[in-house]
Design a protein around this ligand. Sequence first.
Ligand code: FAD
Length: 417
Amino acid sequence: MRYSILSLARNALSGNRGWRPAWRAAEPRDGYDVVIIGGGGHGLATAFYLAKNHGLTRVAVLEKGWIGGGNVGRNTTIIRSNYGLPGNEPFYEWSMKLWEGLEQALNYNAMVSQRGVLNLYHSDAQRDGFARRGNAMRLHGVDSELLDREAVRRMAPFLNYDQARFPIQGGLLQARGGTARHDAVAWGYARGASDLGVDIIQNCEVVGFLRDGSGAVAGVETTRGAIRAGKIGMAVAGNTSRVAALAGVKLPIESHVLQAFVSEALKPVIPGVITFGAGHFYISQSDKGGLVFGGDIDGYNSYAQRGNLPVVEDVCEGGMAVMPMIGRARLLRSWGGVMDMSMDGSPIIDRTPVPGLYLNAGWCYGGFKATPASGWCFAHLLATDLPHATATAYRLDRFRTGHLIDEKGQGAQPNLH
Ligand code: FAD
């Protein structure tokens, strides 16, 4: 349904009784061609592209809680494609291109805002590393610009340029990077998939797998009964090891908590996203005015969606070191999400050793920006049994063969998110 200003006013005065849900609340059917476990950004995008690109509409997304209750609604909304390795860069750039057309594709305002992502550097060695990364991006046709200290100062005069430990020397800018409204991305994909015939089933936890005589998966056991499926795609982020264990699959993934913070609303001050990787701190400002920031993961494994106080202190120290004025702002709230940390910092989009069971996982801190390409490529794999051209390196067996895509530096620490 589309709303005019008048109908918005009418709905506001009538307690929004005229508003209809954006997607159908579907009841589970007996069977589907494809079942996606996990109604986060990746699961919903996969369902949307299965229907849109491959004409597969006998598809269900099973979500144990509610749409947007996982990391897709908990992240700090940063999108970028500033990776350095050939296994990663084409995939993340493909995602960026999809972001650039997403609102038209979904006819939904996801507030995609390309206001720039700036990674600060503090030493000659770090500058050389950033120059190499920027050059690798350019070789892939992706925008990047190495800025000196004065250029950074013009963009962000409020930073602490002369701190003794990490004096700011400059930064690597990706001007096409920025932010998107995270929960709107989930809602937009959910509405788009539902309109194309996909069943989105909330409060439906997968608790086991059905197998046929050959050992292949034939469906799932859920809290709302058994559901048969030709193929099953797992997109459960921080819960990946738990769900995979139900099928007897052990994965090279650990679950860790990552926290984020938002301040009271302030006048516009921060031009884009700024990351201070050396101090484990990054920040942007939401359209409402809140300073949105975060830092490193909590130091222990957990499936809890909340974090501990030492990391709160660590993140705030990082903020004070690079941007002392943050000390004047009042913190409004903080929250946590559970990361599916892979051992090389790069994701997995592949089949599993169990026939019929497919895996989308290992997104670490950086899976929000990947949402459109992840859904596109996972749908391609599920529909054709072949990896998409930009995701061929995301094989599960690379942890056994040693063909790692070791890009923790860009994908995760220290240039967070
Ligand atoms: P989720 O939204 O977590 O979806 C997985 C879903 O699976 C959940 O809804 C869960 O309830 C469901 N599920 C789990 N088990 C079952 C089951 N048994 N049955 C049915 N359903 C199940 N990335 C960026 O690119 N940029 C950022 O700025 C950024 N910042 C972040 C900040 C924080 C604080 C956090 C927590 C994450 C951040 N990330 C960021 C990472 C990003 O949010 C994740 O990598 C990405 O959202 C994961 O994919 P998803 O959206 O599908 O996950």
